[in-house]
Design a protein around this ligand. Sequence first.
Ligand code: OOG
Ligand code: MG
Length: 232
Amino acid sequence: MTSLAVLLDNALTTATELPGGGRDIPDPYAVQRELVDLRLARGETVVGVKLGLTSKAKMRQMGVDSVIWGWLTDAMAIEDGGVLDLGPRIHPKVEPEVAFLVRGGAIAAVAPALEVIDSRWLDFKFTLDEVIADNTSAAGFVVGAWQPLPGNVDSLGVQLILDGEVAETGSTAAILGDPREAFAEALRLAGTLEDDWIVLAGAATAAVRVGPGQTVRVEVEGLGNASLKASS
Ligand code: OOG
Ligand code: MG
C-alpha cells in the first residue's frame, strides 16, 4: 500500500488535492518527517521550522485548536519582493507572521514575514492529524530585513495588504500572547534549533487567498515590511 507520506508528496509535486475525511493517522509527526525526508532526498535542505495555529484567528478559521509545527526547506524560500510561482500550487493562501533568527538556541533577530500555505487536502479542509501529516500546509515564505528584537515585540500592529488594500489587521499579541512564546514552543517541540535557522511564529491574523498577479505585503509596526508577487 502506498504510504500516506508518498500520497501527500505526490499531491505536492503534482498540485493535486487529496481527499481527506477523518483518516486514522496514528503518528502524524512520523508521516510529516517521512514527507520531509522525501523532499530532502530530492536535494532540499532544512532551513528552519514553523509554528501553526498559534492565534485564535487561525484556530477559528481552520476549525482546529492546538499548536502544531512543521519544517521549512530552502525550496520554500522566496526572496523579499520576489515571485510566488502559482504553477505548482493548489489553492494558496498568505498570512502575516514574524520570523526569528536562531543563534545558540536563542532569538538573535526578528523580521516581518509572510507565509504561503497550500494544503494538499481537498478544499483546504482537514483534521489536526491530517494537517500535521501535511507538514502544516507549508508551501513558501518570505522574510524581510532582520531587526534587533524590540522589547515590545508582543504588541506590534500587523497588517496584511493585498494589491494595496488592507485585507487583515492584527497584532503580534495574537501569537500566543507574545511571539517569543512561539519561539519557546518551537524549541520545545523541535527539540533543538540550529544556528541560522528561521522560526516562523505563526500567523497573527486569518489567511487570505492569493490569485494570479496579486501583490501581497506584510507590515509589522516598527519592523518594516516584506512582500511577494504572485505569478500571472
Ligand atoms: C495550517 C497551518 C497554520 C499558522 O500560521 O497558523 C499556520 C493551515 O492553516 O493550513 O501556518
Ligand atoms: Mg503560518
